[in-house]
Design a protein around this ligand. Structure first.
Ligand SMILES: [Ca+2]
Ligand SMILES: [Ca+2]
Ligand SMILES: [Ca+2]
Length: 407
């Protein structure tokens, strides 16, 4: 072996070792950000629950209506405007009037879960292949599901139970809004992690209400026509419920909270919805068909209950195994019916819980998930600068070898 050959081999070895070393640094320690949706859904107004770090630290109240704003949510409307301002009050369901939705129109559910939810179904294989691999079970295993919003694969209408997903998808969900910044929209919720990250045993902000509330024209942008419900332990349920028994299943309405003369009134008492006083609505979509502010003929409410609600073990689940992740529809004058089970949403029993509801018009999750879903990173765990350094090293090594060969 000539001394020149030894030199060239040494140079090659050094270049390869340096490249591998830097690659290891770039790949091994960098954070893997998921990619934002190609078409992010509009951010809803929302609320956190009482155990959320940002509530416990006093940044926001559990009864405030929030809107996303960089690192800490903005208070879009303080709960005091709705009549919620006592320690222990918690706004836990929020809705606009969605009666503009045609009865036969197909939609997918948008839902949030609480921090005890574990999920049942692993990510759908077809959706994983389509690069939207995050679902409720995946995010729960990573310790960051409570501040998320998911889209169902089952297809629903106002007039029937939700149907099996089209084209062979499993009964499942896709992450459409992460707790924290994914380059698209989010809820500014702890932990500050990408959907890719594992954040086990870190306190989580829990999104417990979502809705696309209407707003007054610029410049005020005040929220309007707010339907809401409060948790069963909220002290303000007594004055708000007026002549009705105080209940976490009562639904209230305020036409213009920021206006001092706009008062909160009872839209539907628990009994009018076929529920008991000890039931607790923790998620809902209101269809106020006739436009008045009472639950009357033509109106519907889609809702979910807290896991401890007594009606779950009686007729609402036909006495079987309904749980906090079940979604019901009540039409005025009729009993509530189950429109989606826990299994339909890829969730489990008995502890999984849906605690916020909304919807997006779409007939087929396989078409909409790649648009609205948080996507897997295209280059997993390799940062842009890592790739740039690697490319530069390759160029330098290539040039050195070319020079030696051409000598
Ligand atoms: Ca809340
Ligand atoms: Ca998450
Ligand atoms: Ca529930």
């Amino acid at each position: 072996m000539t001394s020149n050959h030894k030199k060239v081999t040494g140079v090659r070895r050094c270049a390869i070792t340096a490249t591998l070393g830097i690659l290891a640094v770039c790949c091994g320690t960098d954070r893997a950000l998921a990619d934002p949706p190609t078409a992010p859904l509009d951010p809803p107004f929302y609320s956190f629950d009482a155990e959320s770090p940002k509530v416990l630290s006093g940044l926001v109240h559990a009864y405030d209506i929030l809107e996303v704003n960089d690192l800490v949510p903005n208070i879009a409307e303080p709960g005091v405007s709705l009549g919620l301002d006592q320690p222990g009050d918690d706004l836990d369901a929020l809705s606009r009037d969605y009666s503009g939705l045609l009865t036969g129109q197909e939609f997918l559910l948008l839902f949030s879960v609480d921090r005890t939810t574990e999920g049942e179904a692993p990510p759908d294989p077809t959706l994983v292949d389509l690069h939207v691999p995050y679902n409720a079970k995946d995010q729960a295993e990573k310790g960051q599901a409570a501040g998320d919003q998911y889209m169902s694969t089952v297809v629903c209408t106002r007039q029937s139970i939700c149907a099996l997903p089209r084209r062979g998808l499993t009964n499942n969900s896709t992450l459409v809004r992460n707790n924290y910044d994914e380059g698209g929209t989010d809820f500014a919720a702890d932990p500050p992690t990408s959907a890719e990250d594992t954040a086990a045993r870190v306190p989580q902000d829990n999104v417990d209400a979502t809705s696309a509330l209407p707003q007054s024209p610029d410049p005020d942008r005040e929220v309007l026509e707010v339907f809401f419900s409060a948790s069963e332990d909220s002290p303000s349920l007594v004055p708000l419920s007026d002549i009705h028994p105080p209940s976490g299943a009562n639904i209230f309405f305020n036409p213009h909270p920021a206006n001092a003369t706009s008062e909160t009134s009872v839209f539907a008492a628990a009994s009018a919805l076929g529920l008991g006083q000890d039931d607790d609505i923790d998620a809902m979509i209101v269809f106020n068909g006739d436009g008045d502010i009472l639950f009357t003929p033509g109106d519907q409410v889609m809702f979910s209950l807290t896991p401890g609600s007594p009606s779950l073990t009686t007729y609402l689940g036909s006495g079987v195994d309904a749980g906090g992740a079940y979604v019901f529809m009540v039409t005025h004058g009729e009993d509530p019916v189950v429109i989606a089970t826990a299994e339909d949403l890829g969730l489990g029993l008995p502890d999984d819980n849906v605690d916020a509801l909304d919807y997006v018009i779409c007939p087929d999750a396989e078409l909409c998930a790649p648009e609205f879903g948080i996507r897997s990173p295209y280059f997993p765990a390799v940062a842009g600068w890592g790739l740039a350094v690697t490319a530069l090293l390759g160029l330098v090594a290539g040039t050195a070898l070319f020079r030696r060969k051409s000598k």
